[in-house]
Ligand binder design. Structure first.
Ligand SMILES: Cc1cc2nc3c(=O)[nH]c(=O)nc-3n(C[C@H](O)[C@H](O)[C@H](O)COP(=O)(O)OP(=O)(O)OC[C@H]3O[C@@H](n4cnc5c(N)ncnc54)[C@H](O)[C@@H]3O)c2cc1C
Length: 460
């Protein structure tokens, strides 16, 4: 390792390599998705050329490389093992260009999402990728996990916002695919290989992102619904009547809503606990004079048609934040039932109620005092489950995994909707992918990274 460390140090400036006690907790804090080993060193390059030089050296030496962005991933994709070389993109954080005519942003992979949001807004646009970890997650991490979030129903996953990217292959080859056009069918779309592959096929160093016009209005409602059939019917009504303006549609099963009422004293649940489902929804628009009335009229129509039984509409940004906090801010409640296991799964919308009821019943059969809470991005076919069984052991975790992922397999869903596979879900990849799919994944990995140095042990 001595020679490799010396060569790596030569490839960067003085601050570009950390070893021993200089390796801070940032690089091994895996949010419980570990345990993390002690990396041989942390490389902090400032250019694609440096990333290429580092990878070439590691490739020649057969040394594993673990890419890291903001370390907010939820499946242990950035977790290093003993002796790995961590390659952090944190110093590649320049926004190179905004093109207001082509509506694109060109940026380096280490730019933090919130910074990119700010620059897009200053230019009169939005970068529509958004999620709770926006203050730390990086563009490279978001691309490598094909991150989702609350605006997917309107703008799609991260993949839909990536027009082009630059990646460095395992052997140091730089693959520049910085396409700026919406249309480019000249051969294979190679950038797709690196979107969602969690750093196992290449290192993303730069990207071209698509910007969107800034919505001028946001209308938010929180409603109670009696029966599951009305939930997708309400979604369809909003979608039809809003003319492409539906910005978010999040559903919460009553167990979750009542948990928030009982365990989150700082939140303000707006409706009585009698409904079976609760939905918070945003409409984005461009007509400050008419959007609110139009939104109110659609809600009135939904009420008249019996799709929703009760509801409130936010009258200010503060009220909007309070309504959204019911969906996003239950951390104080979760802490009272820790340890918890969290899940991010997808399935056809028609199978969601069966997923929820079977999950609650099957987990309770195994763990009679279990708490199972279901909520999520219904319009995207994506639900989250939070499960507490009073036992945080690996054995209990495995049992709950087997129950939930078994139901997902029966329903033809996916064990990962938006967080990826990492190390956390690796054993379950073939529960929602066919043998042929997994075999082609292995062929791609073997072709692009024959020595297996890129993020070994992750995904596949
Ligand atoms: C509070 C909170 C809320 C969240 N909400 C959501 C949500 O709504 N939707 C969602 O999808 N996710 C969500 N996440 C998960 C997480 O934020 C995303 O996975 C995010 O994309 C990770 O970005 P990062 O920069 O932190 O990447 P990291 O965690 O550092 O890395 C994630 C993966 O990408 C690889 N990687 C990182 N950078 C690169 C690169 N430049 N090139 C190649 N590989 C790379 C890593 O090896 C790892 O496998 C949430 C996380 C938190 C903590």
């Amino acid at each position: 390792m001595g020679d490799l460390l010396a060569d790596l140090a030569d490839a960067v400036d003085k601050s570009g390599i950390l070893t021993g006690n200089d390796i801070g907790p940032r690089y091994t804090d895996t949010r419980g998705h570990g345990p993390a080993g002690a990396p041989a060193c942390v490389m902090r390059p400032t250019s694609t050329a440096q990333v290429s030089a580092i990878l070439k050296l590691c490739h020649d030496a057969g040394r594993p490389v673990v890419p890291q962005g903001g370390m907010t991933g939820l499946v242990g994709g950035g977790t290093p093992n003993d002796g790995d070389v961590v390659l952090s993109l944190e110093r590649m954080n320049a926004i190179e260009e905004i093109d207001p005519v082509g509506r694109t942003m060109i940026a380096e992979a280490g730019v933090v999402l919130e910074t990119a949001h700010g620059v897009a807004e200053e230019s009169g646009f939005v970068l529509p990728i958004d999620l709770g970890a926006r203050g730390s997650a990086t563009l490279g991490g978001l691309i490598s996990t094909n991150a989702g979030g609350n605006r997917v129903i309107r703008y799609g996953m991260t993949r839909q916002s990536v027009l082009g990217l630059e990646a460095v292959l395992a052997d140091g080859t730089v693959l520049t695919s910085m396409n700026r056009m919406l249309k480019n069918n000249a051969g294979y779309d190679l950038k797709q290989l690196f979107i969602g592959s969690e750093g196992t096929l290449g290192l993303v160093t730069r990207c071209v992102l698509r910007l969107q016009p800034k919505p001028l209005t946001t209308s938010t409602a929180f409603v109670g619904i009696n029966d599951f059939e009305s939930v997708p019917a309400f979604l369809a009504l909003l979608d039809n009547k809003l003319g492409g303006g539906l910005g978010a549609f999040e559903v919460m099963w009553s167990e979750y809503y009542n948990f928030v009422r009982d365990r989150c004293p700082t939140l303000k649940p707006p409706l009585s606990p009698e409904y079976a489902y609760y939905v918070v929804t945003d409409a984005l628009g461009s007509d400050p004079d008419g959007d609110k009335d139009r939104f109110d009229a659609i809600l009135e129509m939904a009420h008249t048609q019996g799709l929703i039984q009760d509801g409130v509409v936010a009258q200010s940004d503060k009220e909007r934040d309070e309504l959204w906090a019911i969906r996003e801010g239950a951390g104080e409640g979760f802490r009272t039932i820790a340890p918890i296991f969290t899940y991010d799964v997808s399935m056809p919308i028609t199978a969601m109620d069966e997923f929820a009821s079977r999950s609650m019943a099957d987990i309770e059969k195994e763990f009679p005092n279990a708490i199972t809470l279901i909520l999520g991005h219904l319009g995207d076919g994506n639900l989250h489950a939070v499960v507490a069984v009073g036992d945080g052991s690996d054995t209990a975790h495995r049992k709950v995994n087997d129950i939930l992922y078994g139901i997902i397999r029966d329903l033809g869903g996916s064990v990962s909707a938006e967080h990826g596979i990492g190390i956390e879900k690796r054993d379950y990849l073939d529960w929602s992918r066919t043998d042929a799919e997994v075999s082609v994944m292995r062929m791609l990995k073997q072709t692009l990274d024959p020595k297996g140095i890129l993020n070994p042990g992750k995904v596949i």
